[in-house]
Design a binder for this molecule. Structure first.
Ligand code: NOJ
Ligand code: CA
Length: 696
């Protein structure tokens, strides 16, 4: 034993990042994950990309509440390797087929002395990233596992810039992204995205959080980050009974920003669909009684400005039916909004409507019009009150044909009220273990009734849509609502940050499409009409809202056409270019036709981007309808400056995309069947009547 320790010390001196007890390569040889137990018996891993270290030796292990820590005094008992290559189909998503092509290294660690407890670390490595998780096997010496601290580290090997939002703060994940040197990050929510000096991008996050706390990343020193599990009211962030496996800790690693977005690592590390036939889960677009409350022209509460009245809901149903939207969201329909609901929620009834909202009549009316009401369960963070009513609440919606429900947990961090095993109400964290249990309870109870869930103020997204495909979307970042009342509102770079951070976790119910570009009190939204359209392509979600008021869409019929046309379910996705927080161009192919859609967005800078259309089929003629910023457009410029151009295109074309400061561009590319008439030459818009376009 002594000799081995001396040898290890010598090796550590000669070649600190070379010695490994085991290593495994991704199928294309791009990434190598190495594992070792160091001289102190501490397990560590490192990652190299094309031979260059990107993650230096990083610690693994746990501190437990009532048993010695699992962190040193280990030896490797055995290692097992295997490779895998299969392709699975998504019921809905950014692409139809996902290839799961990688290799696995299972490292069984065993304490050298004492109780000789085992801990297994499983690594999976792909060409575009790696993940690892711990398995706590069944063993007499460790049955009840109470985890106080997880010790997983990520020691980034090159100087790096990081994009991140703060961890542990009162507003959970609804913060503006910061861009700093990595060595200035204090505590960050994930995903955290980094650009290394070599240009390599790494995003750290997690996959498949089930009955576990999620983590923040704390910088230990230099560029070494460490997991911090979200707290629990019991003082022990995670309590589980062995055997069990932790969620995956993930590193998406690619040569550039588009590469990390294209990675399917997180989905591949989630379990396959557990719900069986999910043909009842429908991707859809929706409108709703929503923006009016956020800008203050209506209220959730009852009274003269009550939004969710029967008459108003009918108006939205008519609007949805006329314009081809499947869904109508109605917020504020149920009793409980009149008091102090924020962060309390005990008054909410999920079965009793306000007297001016006639659910049976409206559901019949919607059905006649081919429209579906979307339910709303705001809890004010009071999950206990919600769980008490969950069965009857979902049954009621089921009875009235409501097959999608938006939930909400408006409460500060640490303010979720959840019933504990002791029968008492506990104040919990939105991303803690108790919350992860609550969300899965809601999702699985909803699935029994063929209802989909869109959670706001939720636990972070770790790809569970693969296992529970009725968990269609969630919020978990600053959405459009901040453009109504946010102080500050979302800046022009916000969505270019989201794509390469928050969106790596999964779909976001951002609710784009505010063509009026006006928030509460007439405040200007820092965006352009063309960018509002581009967001439907750029910010993926299988449910997308057209968030503006019907009367505003009536003022903008031409750009509104794009919102009516754009699909929400895709067979393919390509990121054509992008830099974190600066710009991005994404092309997606409609799952139900041969059409492609392209969206490009910029931050506060004007840009000229180039998009090769080489993803189009050979030998086919296409027709592009281009919605772009007008000459004077910009987040601080003319809010209505906007142009439409139509032209034939083929796979040999490269489009030049001119984006205004804070602007964007949206393009529909459909097969040219020959039946289509050439578009009329653009005419200047009549100046006085419609302030809609500035056509050049
Ligand atoms: C916050 C949600 O994000 C928003 O969409 C909703 O309208 C309000 N809570 C009220 O539930
Ligand atoms: Ca919110």
């Amino acid at each position: 034993m002594k000799l081995r320790t001396a040898l290890l010390a010598l090796l550590a001196f000669v070649a600190p990042s070379v010695y490994a007890d085991a290593s495994i390569q991704s199928p294309g040889g791009v990434l190598t994950v190495s594992v070792r137990v160091n001289g102190e018996g501490r397990p560590e891993y490192s990652i190299a990309r094309k031979g260059q270290a990107v993650v230096d030796w990083s610690r693994l292990g746990f501190i437990l509440a009532d048993a010695p820590k699992l962190e040193r005094n280990f030896e490797i008992e055995r290692t097992d390797q295997k490779s895998f290559d299969d392709t699975w189909e998504q019921p809905w998503g950014e692409r139809r087929y996902v290839r799961n092509h990688g290799a696995e290294l299972r490292t069984t660690l065993r304490e050298k002395t004492g109780e000789r407890r085992r801990l297994v670390v499983v690594f999976r490595v792909f060409d575009d990233g790696a993940g690892f998780r711990y398995e706590f096997p069944q063993q007499p010496a460790l049955t009840q596992v109470n985890i106080v601290e997880e010790l997983s580290e990520f020691a980034i090997a090159e100087p790096a810039t990081a994009w991140w939002i703060p961890g542990g703060e009162w507003n959970r994940d609804e913060y503006l992204y910061r861009r700093t040197p990595l060595n200035e990050v204090p505590l960050a929510h994930t995903p955290v995205t980094m650009k290394l000096a070599s240009g390599v991008h790494i995003a750290i996050h997690e996959a498949a959080v089930v009955d576990f706390a999620t983590f923040w990343l704390r910088r230990v020193d230099g560029q070494r980050l460490k997991t911090v599990l979200w707290p629990s009211s019991t003082g022990t962030p995670v309590s589980r009974t062995a055997p069990f496996a932790t969620p995956w800790r993930t590193l998406q690693i690619a040569k550039d920003a588009p590469g990390i977005y294209m990675s399917d690592l997180i989905l591949n590390l989630n379990e396959p669909n557990k719900l069986g036939d999910v043909s009842w889960v429908k991707p859809f677009k929706y409108v709703g009684i929503w923006w009016a409350m956020h800008i203050g022209s209506k209220t959730w509460s009852s009274g003269p400005k009550h939004g969710a009245t029967t008459a108003e809901t009918k108006r939205y149903i008519d609007f949805a039916a006329r314009n081809g939207f499947r869904g109508v969201l109605v917020e504020g329909w149920n009793k409980g909004w009149d008091g102090d609901w924020f962060a309390k929620g005990g008054e909410f009834s999920f079965t009793e409507p306000y007297p001016d909202f006639d659910l049976p009549a409206l559901s019949a009316y919607a059905k006649r019009k081919g429209v579906h009401l979307i339910g709303h369960h705001e809890t004010g963070g009071n999950a206990a009150n919600y769980e008490k009513q969950l069965g009857p609440a979902l049954d009621l919606y089921r009875k009235f044909g409501v097959d999608a429900v938006k939930t909400g947990y408006v409460a500060d961090a640490g303010g979720m009220q959840i019933l504990g095993a002791d029968g008492k109400i506990h104040f919990e964290w939105h991303d803690g273990q108790a919350s992860s249990r609550h969300h899965l309870l809601v999702v699985t109870e909803a699935a029994k009734r063929k209802i989909s869930i869109d959670a706001h103020e939720p636990i972070k997204d770790t790809g569970l849509r693969r296992t529970y495909p009725n968990w269609v979307s969630r919020e978990a970042a600053r959405g459009m609502e901040f453009n109504a009342w946010g102080d500050p509102p979302n800046p022009p770079e916000h969505e270019a940050n989201l794509v390469f951070t928050r969106m790596l976790g999964g779909p976001m119910d951002f609710t784009p499409g505010v063509l009026s570009l006006t928030g509460a009190g007439g405040k200007r939204i820092q965006s352009t009409i063309a960018k509002q359209l581009a967001l439907y392509v750029v910010l993926y979600s299988p449910i997308q809202m057209a968030a503006d008021l019907p009367e505003n869409y009536a003022k903008f019929p031409k750009p509104f056409q794009f919102i009516k046309d754009v699909p929400v379910d895709w067979s393919d996705t390509r990121v054509l270019n992008g830099e974190v927080g600066d710009y991005v161009t994404i092309a997606r192919k409609d799952r139900n036709s041969n059409d492609w859609y392209l969206g490009a967005i910029s931050d506060e800078e004007p840009r000229v981007l180039h998009a090769s259309l080489d993803f189009l089929d050979e030998g086919k003629r296409y027709y592009a309808t281009i919605y772009r910023d007008g000459r004077n457009a910009g987040f601080a410029g003319d809010p209505r400056s906007f142009e439409i151009e139509s032209r034939p295109v083929s796979r040999y074309d490269t489009l030049q995309l001119k984006l205004a400061p804070g602007g964007g561009q949206a393009i529909r590319i459909s097969l040219n069947t020959g039946a289509r008439k050439a578009p009329p030459a653009p005419k200047p818009a009549p100046k006085k009547k419609t302030p809609e376009f500035d056509v050049e």
